[in-house]
Design a protein around this ligand. Structure first.
Ligand SMILES: Cc1ncc(COP(=O)(O)O)c(C=O)c1O
Length: 501
């Protein structure tokens, strides 16, 4: 039974009441309920949205120190997700990841990090001055992706690094592949470690029994979710959930005060209030529909010659992993295309925009916003792509898609490397030097190099070969293009920031 109070939306209601009261405003934002906004903007989106673009006022509370409707909205979110305390975030899971690290480690502390971490976890480590001790996820060479971390890998990392009090994992990953979170949480408890989970891709898990268990339910101490990625939050709207016991909630609140804007967007926060209400009251029904649509599409995609879609059976056969079936990882290797090329063709030829592409796959997110027609278009697009594919391109299969990431010791802690005197050298000549930047293929944003890591020849070759095939690489520089640090196909000789000798 859904508690009656979960139908409430205290923050949104207060915003609407305030807007309807039509008080005269001598405060920010300067557009004054849209009266001063550009006409073109207002013509496109209408007037109403601007009347709830508010600022911190008594009626609508203050995110930095909530005592009224934001406090109530956060309490409802905690109850809905099974957490002890929840915090609204207005800079995505990125700021939540920074906050998780900064509220649990001190400069010089060791922190165990699964190597499939998003770059925002690494950024948190740079900010904190902690030293990461990496452990590796399982990789699948056929799909060319990091599967996720196994419980045994996590457990042995905890045994090998008794000084690391904090363990950070990402689950589910971008492809919806979840680690055995109850198993990882049990291992963390046994070894008395604080468990931080980047659950950017899992804000819906708690609300449907056919999905993998959520990190909060599994017992994680801190969990961050991108409400905007999968359910009804607006872009940048995320949540951080806390389980009391091993983490100091007051410290988390203080760190968030330091990291978050003093002018948070009320529209983003209202979307969190409403998304929580929607999931709590009708999430199971809405997600049930999304799951059914995704499973049907998966079946139809598997029927296309040369195209394959990752299914729950395959993931479970790896042992200890679960699949969020609303994600469709479609391998196009068999029709001779890279995921990058398939993504571009789906976009330009068929009007289909996918979430992400990697070397072998395109990733489709099916959500509560999709309808059968949308999935019909996807299947028709993939059929069209398979018919018009250039035939088998040996080069697609011949390159190694598995990121050459390692568990090896860093030459120095990431913070030290990030701020040390550095030089910019051509990537081709970087092997043996120490990276000063986070270098990722984006998306999915898993660091191929972290600051303080010695650049290996395999890493150079991997970045070169993926760059040449259309991957977007963050953290390299175009020497002719000034300060750009995102490099895509076409940059003849990207540079990398390394420590000066
Ligand atoms: C695993 C993971 N963590 C964190 C993030 C950052 O989340 P956000 O975009 O909400 O800041 C992403 C973004 O893609 C992600 O994939």
């Amino acid at each position: 039974m859904v508690p009656e109070r979960q139908f409430r939306t205290p923050l949104f209601d207060a915003m609407v009441s305030l807007a309807e009261a039509k008080k005269v405003s001598f405060h920010t934002p300067g557009h004054k309920s849209g009266k001063g906004i550009s006409t073109r903007f207002r013509k496109f989106v209408g007037r109403k949205i601007f009347t709830i673009d508010l600022t911190t006022l008594d009626e609508v509370d203050c995110l930095q120190k909530p005592v009224g409707v934001i406090k109530e909205a956060q309490e409802l979110a905690a109850e809905a997700h099974g957490a002890d305390r929840s915090f609204f975030l207005v800079n995505g899971t990125t700021v939540g990841n920074h906050a998780m690290i900064l509220s649990t480690v001190l400069p010089g502390d060791e922190v165990l990090v699964a190597r499939n971490a998003h770059k925002s976890i690494l950024a948190g480590i740079i900010l904190s001055g902690a030293t990461p001790r990496f452990f590796l996820p399982r990789f699948d060479a056929d799909l060319g992706i990091a599967v996720n971390v196994g419980v045994e890998a996590a457990r042995s990392a905890m045994r090998d690094h008794p000084r690391a009090r904090v363990v950070a994992v990402t689950s589910p990953n971008y492809y919806g592949i979840a680690a055995d979170m109850p198993g990882v949480a049990a291992a963390a408890r046994e070894h008395d470690r604080i468990l931080l989970v980047d659950e950017a891709h899992g804000p819906h898990l708690h609300f449907h029994p056919a999905l993998p268990p959520s990190a909060v339910d599994a017992g994680a101490d801190l969990t961050v979710q991108s409400t905007h990625k999968i359910v009804g939050g607006m872009t940048q709207a995320s949540m951080l959930h806390l389980r009391e016991g091993r983490v100091d909630g007051a410290r988390v609140a203080a760190v968030l005060q330091m990291l978050q804007s003093t002018s948070p967007s009320y529209i983003l926060m209202a979307s969190l209030d409403l998304a929580r209400m929607q999931m709590a009251t009708e999430g199971r029904k809405l997600l049930g529909k999304a799951i059914a649509l995704a499973e049907e599409a998966r079946h139809r995609i598997d029927g296309i010659d040369g195209v394959r879609c990752l299914g729950a059976g395959q993931v479970e056969a790896w042992g200890g992993f679960r699949l969020d079936v609303t994600k469709l990882t479609v391998s196009v290797k068999g029709i001779g295309l890279t995921g990058y090329a398939a993504s571009a063709l789906l976009n330009t030829e068929f009007g289909i925009q996918v979430e992400m592409a990697d070397l072998y796959n395109v990733l489709i997110i099916v959500s509560i916003g999709d309808r059968r027609d949308d999935l019909d278009r996807l299947v028709a697009g993939l059929e069209g792509l398979a018919r018009r594919a250039p035939g088998r391109d040996a080069r697609v299969a011949e390159i190694c898609a598995v990121p050459p990431v390692q568990e090896t010791e860093l030459a120095c802690p990431p913070r030290q490397a990030y701020f040390a005197p550095h030089a910019s050298v051509p990537l081709a000549q970087a092997a043996g030097r120490v990276s000063a930047d986070i270098v990722t293929i984006y998306p999915p944003g898993i660091p191929i190099l972290v600051p303080g890591e010695t650049v290996s020849r395999t890493a150079v070759e991997y970045l070169q070969s993926l760059g040449a095939r259309g991957a977007r690489i963050d953290g390299l520089r175009d020497p002719s293009g000034g300060s750009h640090d995102t490099v895509q196909t076409g940059v003849a000789e990207p540079h990398i920031r390394v420590l000066a000798r």
